[in-house]
Design a protein around this ligand. Structure first.
Ligand code: F6P
Length: 337
């Protein structure tokens, strides 16, 4: 068999470990031919690829980014119309590349495109990736653990400077529409207030949590804000809005930090490397079994494979009854509501 691997959407730590997991298993265990398609789905149309062999798959386990490049361009999806000439172009390129399957490593958008390719008759396997941890059908995505580590370290560092100046520090973390990074890094970093898009917020509750702390002799506060938090004014960076409001209404000096892309860059954590390796290996196993149209996923400690059609288009948000929220509330952490 001959398979193609591509990465699409925003990058995250662990993509290279996945490419290695798929590729080495396919080549060494199943004796398949493997190519790497460049820059996401557009590489199929341009037939822009490289042959992957044992040598090119070596030394990439701990490397951030993706050796294949990635892109967020959505125009490709418009071409996938059943029975349309455009989709026959895609099918033709797939045939010209001599592929028996395409492995699509990506987040929600990628899984949506993957199911469309599957619907027009291509053999596709999806592998979920994103720091946001918001892909439906899997307990966890690789990239998330690394991002939580980075964000937690940043929050740890903010404690001493906040304490020195007796300030409120508002730190914004990524997560798109979901609050997974804010919840996990906020709790691990000992934040005093954690704001998630799933819960919304009441600014008066945030302010009283901060002033109560001041009255209890706590000289500073750390507020973690998920980037997807919606403000009335619809700000792009909600941390800015929250920080302005806190300073104005409590009178306590307040600073903000937007962590941004450092959460996505650099080496994957050991957990993410192993998760990526397992998902990659299982993807090759599915291909060998000709069990296509599925996304590999992790459930508990088991790797499973769910039909792409069941997963694509759904978002996995933080449930308001998440145990970390319940335990946090019991310990006096404010979730701004
Ligand atoms: O999906 C991952 C993510 O890092 C989100 O957390 C963030 O909103 C988004 O990508 C930003 O990515 P880009 O600027 O590449 O579109």
């Amino acid at each position: 068999m001959k398979i193609g691997i591509l990465s699409s959407g925003g990058d995250c730590p662990g993509i290279n470990a996945t490419i290695r997991g798929v590729g080495k298993t396919a080549i060494m265990h199943y004796h398949m031919e493997v190519i790497g398609i460049h820059n996401g789905f557009s590489g199929i149309l341009q037939k822009d690829f490289q042959v992957l062999d044992e040598q090119s798959l070596s030394g990439i386990l701990n490397l951030g980014g993706t050796i294949l490049g990635t892109s967020r361009e959505k125009s490709f999806r418009k071409l996938i119309i059943p029975d349309d000439t455009h989709s026959s172009v895609i099918k033709q390129k797939y045939a010209e590349l001599g592929l028996d399957c395409i492995v699509c490593i990506g987040g929600n958008g990628t899984q949506k495109t993957s199911v469309m390719l599957s619907d027009i008759g291509l053999n596709v396997i999806g592998i979920p990736k994103t720091i946001d941890n918001d892909v439906w059908g899997t307990d966890i995505t690789f990239g998330f653990d690394t991002a939580v580590n980075i964000a937690t370290e940043a929050i740890d560092r903010l404690h001493s400077t906040a304490n020195a100046h007796k300030r409120v520090m508002v730190v914004e973390v990524m997560g798109h529409h979901a609050g997974w990074i804010a919840l996990y890094a906020g709790m691990a970093g000992g934040a005093d207030v954690i704001l998630l898009p799933e819960l919304g917020f009441d600014i008066d509750k945030i302010n009283s949590a901060i002033t109560d702390r001041a009255h209890r002799g706590k000289p500073y506060s750390i507020v973690v804000v998920a980037e997807g938090l919606q403000t009335v004014a619809g700000e792009k960076h909600p941390a800015n809005y929250i920080a302005r409001k806190i300073e104005k209404e409590t009178g306590i000096e307040t600073r903000e930090t937007v962590l941004g892309y450092i959460q996505r860059g650099g080496n994957p954590s050991p957990f993410d490397r192993n998760l990526a390796t397992r998902l990659g290996g299982h993807a090759s196993e599915l291909i060998a079994q000709q069990n296509f149209g599925r996304m590999v996923s992790i459930k508990g400690d088991r790797v499973e494979a769910a039909p792409l059609a069941e997963i694509a288009g759904k978002l996995k948000l933080v449930p308001p009854t998440h145990d970390l929220i319940i335990q946090g509330e019991r310990m006096g952490i404010s979730f701004g509501k």
